[in-house]
Design a protein around this ligand. Structure first.
Ligand SMILES: [Fe+2]
Ligand SMILES: [Fe+2]
Length: 298
């Protein structure tokens, strides 16, 4: 008998990381202080220690800080062994700090500057990436061609629905400065998704963990794995801090999508629930486990 917890397991699990901002030079430090490659390695180490089964590793843009080919090569060097060990799909999309040409060439073996919008289907769950970078700018949006492609793809539903991955979060963020760099036409995207099977939008760009909604669809923003915007600072002050970086473990259930924030840094722990308790609880019939475990002891 196993300790069931009483709830069905998720149908799909997604590790959602964002904004690694990798540099072309391994010795380089972002803002003179952050080893972005090491931050990504630490985030992935936490992923491997925290999740038993992951269907997809999603990294939602600003993969590179300045779009150098070497940064994308470094990304693959860091990520591929993890993806191989986990046996999961790798889902990557660009952001405003990326450059489409090098990204397309190194990550997808494609020449040119077209957005690399792609579909990855994992056991019936469709994950669609949309490159929301607007060439030459830091704000985001989608072209008419991208909207048309999205409409064609969403015309038929997927077995377990669809997750969209878009770097620029289509929600209203608190910072007036970041609002100048946000998703350009949220109303159009909202209307494009009405009546589709899209269940959640996974985004980044804000460098904070945040949640909002696009119509009835939840928007889940992963905090950056490289650095974080200081939300304790006044609204007009856009100030990066070296911590608390995080990513989101997104669990897809039949009727809900649940995101759990996973800090990149490991903190001091105290003794966990002992194996003896787990072993004992595993002998209790599932229908009695809540009564035995939840009841307060005097
Ligand atoms: Fe970023
Ligand atoms: Fe960004």
């Amino acid at each position: 008998m196993a300790l069931s917890g009483g709830r069905p397991a998720p149908t799909h699990v997604i590790a959602h990381l964002s904004d690694p901002h990798l540099l072309g030079s391994p010795q380089g430090r972002l803002a003179g202080r952050i080893d972005t490659a090491e931050q990504l390695r630490r985030a992935l180490a936490r992923l491997e220690s925290s999740a038993e089964a992951v269907d997809a590793l999603v990294i939602s843009g600003d993969l590179a800080d300045s779009g150098e080919p070497a940064a994308y090569e470094l990304l693959l060097e860091i990520v591929r062994p993890v993806v191989d060990r986990l046996g999961c799909a790798l889902v990557l999309t660009g952001g405003n700090h990326d450059e489409r040409g090098p990204l397309a060439q190194v990550l997808f073996g494609v020449d040119g500057d077209d957005p690399q919008d792609r579909i990855t289907t994992v056991r019936g769950l469709r994950i669609i990436t949309l490159d929301s970078a607007v060439p030459g700018y830091h704000h985001g949006g989608l072209s008419d061609d991208q909207y048309a492609w999205l409409a064609r793809e969403l015309a038929a539903p997927a077995e377990h629905g669809t997750i969209l991955v878009i770097h620029h979060a289509p929600i209203t963020y608190r910072s007036p400065v970041m609002q100048l760099l946000d998703f350009d036409d949220v109303d159009r995207l909202r209307e494009a998704l009405v009546g589709t099977d899209v269940r959640a939008v996974l985004s980044g760009h804000l460098h904070v963990t945040s949640f909002g909604q696009l119509g009835q669809i939840p928007v889940i923003v992963a905090g950056g794995v490289s650095y974080v915007d200081d939300v304790g600072a006044p609204r007009l002050l856009l100030m990066g801090v070296d911590g608390p970086q995080s990513w989101n473990l997104v669990e897809v259930h039949a009727n809900e999508v649940v995101a759990t924030v996973v800090p990149v840094s490991q903190h001091e722990t105290w003794p966990a629930l002992s194996d003896a308790v787990i072993d004992y609880m595993s002998t209790v019939p599932p229908q009695d486990q809540r009564e035995v475990f939840s009841r307060k002891r005097t």
